[in-house]
Design a protein around this ligand. Sequence first.
Ligand code: B12
Ligand code: SF4
Ligand code: SF4
Length: 427
Amino acid sequence: MVAGPGKAIGRGPESMNGDSLLIPLLLEVAAAMQALAVSRQHRTPEHMVKVSSAALPSYPGGVNQFELWETLRGAVLNGGCAAVGVTDARPFPEVQQSLADRKASGMHAGMHFTFGDPGRSTDVSRSFPWARSLVVAGFAYLPEAGSPEPEQPNHGRVARFATEDHYRGLRGALDGAAQLLADAGYHAELVVDDNRLVDRAAAVRAGVGWWGKNTMVLAPGAGPWMLLGSVVTDAALEATPPMVRDCGSCDACLPACPTGALVAPGILDARLCLAHLLQAPGWIPIELRRAVGDRIYGCDDCLDACPPGARLEATALPAPRLDLLVLLARKDGELLRRFEHFYVPRRRAEFLRRNLLVALGNGGDEAAVPAVAEYLAHPDAMLRGHAAWALGQMGGDQAAAALRAAVTAESDGKVRMEIESALAGYA
Ligand code: B12
Ligand code: SF4
Ligand code: SF4
């Protein structure tokens, strides 16, 4: 902790009488958090710039903002985050424009999230009228999330950000900062993966990382393997500078995308993005199903390709793939509980089953035919259609017989077309 300037002149929180009360309290809480935190060497934020305390203002009423920031920073980093910074609560007009452009071109694929109300998601004061600063953090989920083991028949994978609820770690670290701010008499509210803020915009302006050509925010050491979140507060913290860095001449992520969803540097067409399709409601477009491969949730290809993340990725231990037939046999409630942390539209298990069927089809293992063929009689037309497609990919006499039996009984036109197209492969 660096000593800040002397007594201040300005308005501090009413609960505080002066530095003499605040600083020991902050030190105590920070020390307790530090003692609890697990030391993680790779999370050293190489890029954080230490701002000279002489340049920083202090405030009357006793709250020394530099001391406060240093304490917050320590709490967030000791809580396990790879990077942390501060930005003010001004809007992000250029990001509002990007959201509007994506909507106008259809590249947002009909998503709501931050696209629902771009004015609100790019201006925190709309949701928090008292907001003055954002403490923004990046939490690296590698190496803990592991890297998928080599492929196995009838097994699938989940993108590393969702192998478990890695947001828990981020929330825990930000909670520590929010608690410190609340103890100092400020408003403090966590905003993590929330429709009220474009997290990457806050992270870039706070100097947590830079905007990569794969649209991810990358940080030295962690690359793109970070989740982002903020604490919105009415404390007037000094902003940390944005990072003076970009991807340079690298463009490895663009050709690495299996569907060409990165249509230009920094521009993602979500209609083609597997991460979107696997969490969207409805049918997966037939021409993109092969590209799904054995993924059942999320996609990491444009992150895997990214050199700034390679060192961290190399430290991850192999993580087992998931048994798709075991998952397919589960009841809806069990399946949803197993993937409680996934975004599943309307919490309908059909969308998870759809993904399992596509991954099984791509596996092409005839041993999975009986389990998939059962779905030709499922009450949900979308599942019948995806089962027909999967059987067409698997091939073999048993799959052909199941498809022929189903085509005569099928009353839904779209499903019948899927069955006929699957059978065409046998002609
Ligand atoms: C909607 C959404 C998605 C959508 C759309 C993603 C997207 N790129 O917009 C889908 C479902 C596809 C998705 C996928 C994923 N997501 Co997502 N998603 C979000 C969400 C909810 C909103 C994002 C948003 O508002 N996008 C709006 C558009 C306009 O942003 P943008 O594309 O980044 O646009 C900027 C760039 O284009 C840049 N730009 C413009 N021109 C140029 C030119 C150049 C050269 C460059 C470099 C940049 C650049 O400026 C634009 C802004 O002005 C956020 C959470 C949140 N509340 O913010 C998480 C979030 C972005 N997702 C996240 C993650 C982890 C993922 C996945 C990695 C998950 C996975 N493994 O499957 C993938 C990554 C796919 C990818 N390459 O983006 C993290 C990203 C963390 C990080 N380090 O960046 C976030 C921040 C969640 C979180 N809180 O951690 N996601
Ligand atoms: S997440 Fe996958 S599909 Fe989406 S842009 Fe990245 S590589 Fe392409
Ligand atoms: S792969 Fe290269 S161009 Fe793409 S985000 Fe990473 S550093 Fe930038």
